[in-house]
Design a protein around this ligand. Structure first.
Ligand SMILES: [Zn+2]
Ligand SMILES: [Zn+2]
Length: 261
């Protein structure tokens, strides 16, 4: 884990936040709103400004930055309140005692890339090794908010797979490989599911996404698919639902959308 300690980003070394030795698990947040991930050299200043906003918030009366950890798009994990401390981010004190809080430094219109997902997963694993239980939820679970956005929320509920992790040994029960169900008449209809998955993965790798081209459409592929779908919708290449399924429109856009990354 690429940790940036409190003092490294300009906060006091210790937090006045209440101790919380254990919790049921972790909730994932995002900063949301308009934000474009800058060069990593400016990420510490962003975290500093988030803390300043939180300290100035008279409604929540926060004593420190609300999150236990924050992850930036470059894969770094910023220490917020840190380990074994109660967060202020989940909505109320009861919710704050139940889960620690990790925040994605990503804007509403941005795609969660592999760096961000790796940082978030690193932070979750770090908390799990230090008092957090296995439960992994989004801010919107149990509290009325859009946070952490649809794409990250689905990634969280897919078990927060590492973007560069090994593919599952097989397609999990109950989930179809990319069906292209509405692709009747296309030459691909005679390909096996594995061939189709491999071809889609190859296209995505060519587009610059980090995933394993192995013909297994598992959690990692599905997370990439959702992220790609969300990015397409945001960028003016509408593909419809962000559902992690390579339907006809997603497949067509995978092949035809200009590559800009
Ligand atoms: Zn949140
Ligand atoms: Zn960064």
């Amino acid at each position: 884990m690429q940790l940036v300690t409190r003092t490294q980003w300009g906060a006091p070394a210790t937090t006045p936040a209440v101790d919380l030795p254990t919790a049921r698990g972790v909730k994932v947040h995002w900063i949301g709103g308009p934000y474009s991930t800058p060069d990593h050299g400016q990420c510490a200043a962003k975290v500093w400004s988030i803390r300043a906003e939180h300290l100035a918030d008279k409604v929540n009366d926060w004593v420190d930055i609300a999150y236990n950890f924050l992850a930036c798009g470059h894969g770094y994990v910023f220490e917020g309140r840190g380990l074994r401390k109660q967060s202020g981010a989940n909505g109320n004190q009861e919710l704050n005692r139940a889960h620690y809080a990790v925040c994605a430094i990503v804007g509403t219109g941005e795609t969660a890339g592999s760096g961000l997902l790796t940082g978030l997963r690193d932070a979750v694993d770090h908390l799990r090794a230090n008092g957090a239980g296995a439960e992994l939820l989004g801010h919107r679970d149990g509290y009325s908010t859009e946070c952490p956005g649809d794409a990250l929320y689905r990634w969280v509920h897919a078990g927060a797979p590492r973007p560069d992790g090994p593919a599952p040994a097989d397609v999990p029960a109950g989930r179809a490989a990319p069906p292209w169900a509405d692709y009747d008449g296309h030459p691909l209809r005679n390909f096996t599911q594995s061939d189709r998955a491999r071809m889609w993965q190859a296209y995505m790798a060519w587009r610059g996404w980090r995933l394993t081209v192995d013909g297994r459409y598992g959690d990692a592929s599905e997370a990439v698919c959702r992220a790609f779908q969300a990015e397409c919708n945001a960028a003016g290449y509408p593909v419809g639902a962000v559902d992690g399924v390579v339907g006809a429109r997603t497949w067509a856009t995978t092949r035809s959308r200009p590559v800009s990354r």
